[in-house]
Design a protein. Structure first.
Lengths: 245, 245
DNA sequence: CGCCAACTTGATGGCTGTCAAGTCAGGTGG
DNA sequence: CCACCTGACTTGACAGCCATCAAGTTGGCG
């Protein structure tokens, strides 16, 4: 039994999907106004998760998926010996919990990296609605497929890229996702530690730190602790395509 | 324009899902007899793919997913510089093409490693049937989720395991999948080259070869070219849990 | 029989991990 | 308000695992 904030219905703070400014990134994407009203019936519980708390844990029964309303998460898998593989970082508008569908138990941990709020989407009900709303069904399939494609990208990172390429790809990916959410793509604060970045990229924290320093020396970025400023986007992109042979 | 075997309807060879001995591994799993009859309406085209041929290529328009009836495939992504990341090996009963849903274009290549046959499942129709048959919808979601979970496993391989651990995990995974299909879990032929194994595991072919030799020296397996015999399953498993700290 | 791709094995080198020391920033308590 | 403490980060020195390069072997196929 582990401490978790109990799910809370928040009628006063209620913000329907139809009003949500993330709806173009999240599950409601592409739905008609009438369909959006239906979706509002489905998503009626939100849950706060404070920094450091688990949204769910490996082994927990799977009942819902979660749409991030505000905040930032990581998902990870732990080995018996305590080592951690971070499988992803998720931000507002993205969906968490898809891993649990297959076995009806979650197969990874989801941990808030800052105080966050998620929309709880009971999965059985989502399937019910999906059978009625073709657009919702199709969009949900796209969300799952996108996760598979994203995972393939991570495999490429881990399988064939060198340390600096991995970090450049990581920064460019973050940059793009901040841009899509209306934030600056060139200046942002990292929510995760060097250790977590390293775990995601298959590197040790010292290697991450060294690569950051090297990028800074080369004038590609400015880095001060968690604050990142990208000075030369094209330079970073070049790191990905320029491979010495 | 690339050479591909044209999709063929094979009424003479027709084997309905309801009759298929793979149905407990594949999409029809858990359907009632009546629902199986419906599914038979959906899956009415099969396609032969000879060894070395592509089932689909990166960039191809996405229209269908594919259930492997016989044979063996790999999926990969190529970098501009020609380097390859193998993202998976697929065998009978497994589903190919899920990557294409998200962008309506395939994002990887699927290549037969031996002469194979697949059932073509038009995706739009699958979604239609899924809205009618709840069990089909749910099982399809499980299949996609399983792929996500599998990918997380590969990330762990690539992110935190050493060469010999990766290869041990790879062999045990193959062994398990052969067992599930009624083949010997301890003796089988690899369908892929050392180079392809290496690409999947983030290693060079020489490292794969050396690890095989080492396993043989230690009495864990017998290996002769593509023929593998597992002599000590527990020994291989121990390689995964025993991590020097 | 000869060719070629796949594979094995050895020698060497480099990238990244490991170990260690020191700096920095934020939070707490006196 | 400041000293202290702790976790996060940076940087250096060294080592090890795996990549690279190279040579030779095997097996399949025309």
């Amino acid at each position: 039994m582990h401490a978790q904030a109990a799910p809370l219905t928040l009628p006063s703070l209620r913000e329907a999907c139809s009003q949500c400014n993330l709806r173009e990134l999240c599950l409601p994407m592409g739905l008609s106004p009438a369909e959006l009203d239906q979706l509002d019936q489905l998503v009626h519980v939100r849950r706060r998760v404070l920094r450091g708390q688990h949204l769910y844990r490996c082994g927990d029964a799977f009942e819902s998926i979660y749409a991030i309303k505000t905040g930032f998460f990581k998902t990870d898998v732990l080995l018996e010996d305590g080592r951690e593989q971070v499988t992803g970082f998720q931000m507002a508008g993205e969906i968490l919990g898809l891993d649990g569908i297959s076995t009806e138990k979650h197969t990874c941990n989801a941990i808030a990296l800052e105080d966050s709020e998620v929309c709880v989407i009971p999965f059985a009900e989502l399937e019910d609605y999906s059978r009625e709303i073709g657009a919702l069904q199709h969009h949900f399939h796209k969300v799952m497929s996108r996760e598979i494609v994203r995972d393939h990208g991570v495999m490429m990172l881990l399988g064939i890229m060198r340390a600096e390429e991995r970090l450049a790809a990581f920064l460019l990916n973050l940059s793009q996702r901040f841009l899509a959410r209306g934030y600056s793509p060139t200046e942002f604060n990292l929510r995760m530690t060097r250790n977590e970045i390293g775990s995601y990229l298959g590197l040790k924290l010292e290697t991450v730190s060294r690569a950051f320093s090297r990028f800074q020396d080369e004038g590609l970025i400015k880095v001060h602790q968690k604050h990142i400023q990208i000075l030369d986007v094209d330079g970073l992109k070049k790191l990905l395509s320029d491979r010495r042979t």
